[in-house]
Every structure is written in C-alpha cells, then in structure tokens.
Design a protein around this ligand. Structure first.
Ligand code: FE2
Length: 222
C-alpha cells in the first residue's frame, strides 16, 4: 500500500469514527413549552438556567465522556442501567441519569393549571391511593421530605401506583418500578423563585403544573 492510499484509508477511518461518534451523541431535547409557560411557579429565569445551563451541561458532559467508548452506541436508558452499579463509571452514570431525569421532568409539567388524569390513570389512582388528593399528598411528602438533592416519582410497581423518592441522580430505571412522572427537588429547580421554601414550590407544581396525561401515556399498553 503506498503512502497516499494509506493516508486515504486513515482519513476514511477517521471520518467513520467521527460519524459514528456524532451519530450517537445525545441532544438536548426541546422544551415542550415556552420558557415563560410555567410562571409564576417556575419562572422563565429558572428555566433559562435549569434547562439552558444545567440540563444542557449534563447532556454535553455525557457526550464528552462517551465519545470513543462503547457507550456511544447505546441508548440513554441502556447507559444508565449499565453504569448504575459500577462506581468506576459514576461520572457517566450521573450525567446520563440527570439527562434522562430532566427530560422526564420537563414532560411531567405543563402550563394552564395542569391536566385531569385520563380514565386509565384515574382508575389506578383510585385503587392505589383512594383519590387524587391522597396521591398529591404523598407526592408532596416525598418531594419535601427528600433530604438534600433528589427526585420524587410516581411509579407503576406491578399493578399498583406508588410514590418514591431517589437521591441525587438516581432514578427507577432498571428496577421493577416504571417511572410515570417526576418532580425535581434539587435547589436549582426552585431557588431563584422560592429561595429555601421548597414546600411552596412543590405545592405550586402539584396544584397547577402536573401533566397527568404524560403520566398516563407512560403506562404500559395492552
Ligand atoms: Fe434539575
């Protein structure tokens, strides 16, 4: 093989590697509403930082960490499940989980007072909690009671809905509990709007912003 052919072969290989890496890089998903849509509970300024800086940073950092590794060919959920119990991959796990959690969080919210639970979800709420008020109370207790940074979740566990909370970047993926919606209780989610009053942020979210249709859409079909 002459030098020119070798050089071309190397260029082609480099281009293939770059294409493979870029094809599998994760992108920051678009917000499903305008930045000011959730005000006054979640201000445009909070969204500007929480979505535009924090969420973007998790995605960008993950991409930098996985370029050239086998993780670059995996789905976000597969990366999370593969790294969750491996301390040597903690940095990839934290950024992958935070990228996934935030996308779930933005979709768990909506403007205009939230929504009414669709019939299939409503029936599960009744059989699991008694009524919607009791579910909201459990979510409020989990969200306000989480010590430090973390998440409150509505999950489907077998035939029952449950409310759970997780620390830091952890989420229910890879367990028997299927996540339906989540509330972010890291300080960056509410500090600009509520300072240290996390219970007021949680109440505002539960009273006016929850997208119950998103939760219902996450129920298994059939
Ligand atoms: Fe967050």
């Amino acid at each position: 093989m002459n030098a020119h052919v070798q050089s071309s072969a190397k260029s082609a290989e480099a281009a293939r590697t770059a294409a493979t890496a870029s094809a599998n890089l994760f992108e920051l998903p678009e917000l499903p509403y305008a930045e000011d849509a959730l005000a006054p509970v979640i201000s445009a300024r909070t969204i500007e930082y929480h979505y535009g800086k924090h969420h973007r940073a998790y995605v960008d950092t993950l991409n930098k960490l996985i370029i050239g590794t086998p993780f670059a060919a995996m789905s976000l959920q597969a990366i999370i499940e593969a790294t969750a119990k491996d301390p040597s991959q903690a940095q990839i796990y934290h950024n992958a989980a935070q990228a996934w959690n935030h996308t779930c969080y933005w979709r768990s919210l909506q403007a205009d007072g939230g929504s009414v639970p669709p019939p299939a979800l409503s029936a599960l709420i009744t059989s699991s909690f008694g009524d919607l008020g009791a579910l909201k109370q459990e979510l409020a207790t989990a969200a306000t009671g989480e010590f430090g940074s973390g998440w409150a979740w509505l999950v489907l566990d077998g035939a029952k809905l449950k409310v759970i909370k997780t620390d830091n970047a952890d989420n229910p993926l890879g367990s028997t509990r299927r996540p339906l919606l989540t509330i972010d209780v890291w300080e960056h989610a509410y500090y600009l709007d509520f300072k240290n009053r996390r219970p007021d942020y949680v109440k505002g979210v539960l009273d006016t912003l929850i997208n119950w249709k998103f939760a219902a859409d996450n129920l298994p079909t059939g």
